[in-house]
Design a binder for this molecule. Structure first.
Ligand SMILES: NC(=O)c1ccc[n+]([C@@H]2O[C@H](COP(=O)([O-])OP(=O)(O)OC[C@H]3O[C@@H](n4cnc5c(N)ncnc54)[C@H](O)[C@@H]3O)[C@@H](O)[C@H]2O)c1
Length: 291
């Protein structure tokens, strides 16, 4: 199946960049959120990322500034921001990137099932939730699967293609082909909590959350030591702020419920989320962020 037109639902931390990746792969894409403010933030993110990518080519003298400026408009011209489903009728592939809550995912998949044509593949960017359970909200579970980008989507090459209980082989193959068409590296995973990437990453990071709390080490100090050691590209608490503490917490809780206490849930993170401090997207998390 060829993807002539795609859609992304949810224009938050992931959605804006996912739309940018798809548009940079020459595929027109609809970017939908519930509020125009979030759509515009997603479009701004897509513009900033494209300007950065093409700006680097100008520095290397592979493009002139005029060519880069035209390239930015060309990529952004392929992204149509919206708050309704009017343009979903001829979409071939949807990536859902709404918050990591099963009830929200299921409600969005029910809507997508109603507004898209029967041949369209409905994919979830979920970090850990069951694809089979999401698919039950539709009348086409054979055309539902996980399509999991990593943060930041414009830079990270890996996409996990996750088959639910009813995902057809054709759907999984079409999704892997689409991932390659937008210049990503698909890996096929079976359905299990955390899939591959988050299960590995969380096993390691859980130890950092645990040591920080048990030893009462300052978050800043631990971040500094870990990034100076080059064990990680940046401090894990700062990274969690960028990823969104609500998302990181939901994934950690889901892994803990699924695999037991070899996974750890940071109580400090839980307190921050309960207080509405979700990291960079709300201006405060483990750190203050000047938004
Ligand atoms: N943040 C990460 O690092 C990361 C990485 C990989 C995967 N994911 C996954 O991607 C998904 C989205 O995560 P995020 O961090 O971008 O979340 P986010 O909270 O930053 O953004 C979610 C967006 O969805 C919108 N939304 C909510 N309900 C909606 C609806 N019914 N229709 C349309 N839009 C709706 C919100 O307004 C918000 O803009 C989650 O499943 C998460 O697990 C996140």
């Amino acid at each position: 199946m060829f993807v002539f037109k795609a859609a992304v639902v949810g224009a938050g931390t992931m959605g804006g960049e996912i739309a940018q990746v798809i548009a940079s792969g020459d595929v027109p894409v609809v970017l939908k959120d519930v509020d125009r403010k979030f759509v515009d933030q997603g479009l701004d993110k897509a513009r900033e990322v494209t300007q950065g990518q093409l700006g680097r080519l100008v520095k290397k003298e592979k493009l002139t500034q005029e060519q880069a400026d035209a390239g930015v408009e060309e990529v952004l011209g392929r992204i149509h921001g919206t708050t309704d489903y009017d343009d979903f009728g001829d979409v071939d592939f949807v990536v859902e990137a709404v918050p990591e809550r099963m009830e929200i995912k299921r409600s969005v998949f029910g809507e997508l099932d109603a507004v898209t044509s029967g041949h369209a593949i409905l994919a979830s960017n979920t970090s850990s939730l069951s694809i089979s359970e999401i698919a039950e909200a539709t009348t086409r579970p054979d055309r539902v699967l996980g399509f999991h980008f990593f943060y930041p989507a414009s830079m990270m090459r890996l996409i996990e293609v996750i088959e639910g209980a009813d995902t057809s082989a054709d759907t999984a193959q079409a999704a892997a082909n689409f991932a390659q068409a937008i210049r990503k590296m698909p890996i096929r995973c079976a359905e299990c909590p955390g899939f591959v990437g988050n299960r590995i990453a969380n096993a390691a990071i859980a130890e950092v959350w645990r040591v920080q709390e048990e030893e009462d080490i300052s978050v800043e100090e631990l971040d500094k030591k870990l990034s100076e050691s080059k064990a990680l590209p940046m401090g894990p608490f700062f990274l969690a702020d960028l990823l969104g503490l609500d998302t990181v917490l939901h994934v950690a809780e889901h892994l803990r419920e699924s695999y037991g206490d070899r996974f750890y849930v940071s109580s400090k993170m839980k307190e921050l989320v309960e207080a509405g401090n979700l990291g960079q997207k709300t201006g405060k998390g483990f750190y203050e962020h000047g938004n």
